[in-house]
Design a protein around this ligand. Structure first.
Ligand SMILES: C[S@@+](CC[C@H](N)C(=O)[O-])C[C@H]1O[C@@H](n2cnc3c(N)ncnc32)[C@H](O)[C@@H]1O
Length: 219
């Protein structure tokens, strides 16, 4: 799986973030620039990803190798992507290159913010983070991870959140096929005590039609 590097601006749009709360977890953060930028704004921001178990040189290599690889996916499924948010392929590349640089600087300067961990088990206490974000793992890889895995992963993200979990996108990678068991998954989450779910529109779109996030609220 690619260790991609979305930018803070991409996260802001994908998750329709306005004001950040006191603490945020980005899981699966990969090479994203979100945690570095959020921490610079005074937020208690932590990134989790199994890729952080790599040594520094391997991580740099994985992040750098993933930059051109994402363009390959877009080329393969050309008709399935829209460009109104980015404006052009060059501007998308610029987001990713700058985010990768920001991530690599921060992971070297503040390694304590980057925790090697993978769903469905995270090494954080119950209700540790006000907000938990998950970009391009859940649903994206629904061909690889099934309904039961997603249920376990979301239960774990809910466990470590004190208020909200947000997940984007809600479609599969590449051509953006819908997730066949989405309704069943939402039903399972709704049956948990104190948990409500909502599908909410966001101001970001790249895979055509993928302009919604899942918001899970914990009361
Ligand atoms: C497509 S990247 C997304 C990275 C970042 N969130 C972004 O939007 O650019 C998917 C990431 O999920 C990570 N990953 C793979 N399996 C995981 C798991 N079980 N739990 C958490 N992260 C995982 C990969 O290492 C990779 O960095």
């Amino acid at each position: 799986m690619l260790v991609t590097s979305r930018s803070y601006a991409e996260y802001e749009a994908m998750f329709d973030l306005k004001v950040l709360p006191e603490s945020v977890l980005d899981c699966c953060a990969g090479g994203a620039g979100f945690t570095a930028e959020a921490a610079a704004r005074g937020v208690d921001a932590i990134a989790a990803d199994p890729a952080y178990a790599k040594d520094h040189a391997e991580l740099v290599d994985a992040v750098r190798r993933s930059l051109p690889a994402t363009a390959g996916i877009v080329d393969e499924h050309r008709g399935s992507f829209v460009w109104h948010w980015y404006g052009s392929p060059e501007r998308k590349d610029q987001h990713r290159i700058e985010a990768a640089d920001r991530f690599l600087q921060d992971v070297a300067a503040a390694p304590e913010r980057y925790v090697a961990a993978g769903l469905p088990e995270l090494p954080f206490g119950d209700r540790r983070f006000e907000l938990v974000l998950c970009s391009h793992l859940l649903f994206t890889w629904a061909d690889k991870y099934d309904l039961d895995w997603h249920t376990a992963a979301l239960r774990e993200l809910i466990r470590v959140s004190n208020a909200e979990v947000r997940v984007f996108p809600l479609v599969q990678q590449g051509a953006g096929a819908p997730v066949p068991w989405m309704a069943e998954l939402l039903g399972r989450l709704e049956s948990l005590e104190g948990v409500t779910t909502e599908i909410r529109k966001v101001p970001y779109e790249f895979q055509a039609g993928a302009n919604e996030m899942l918001v899970v609220t914990r009361t």
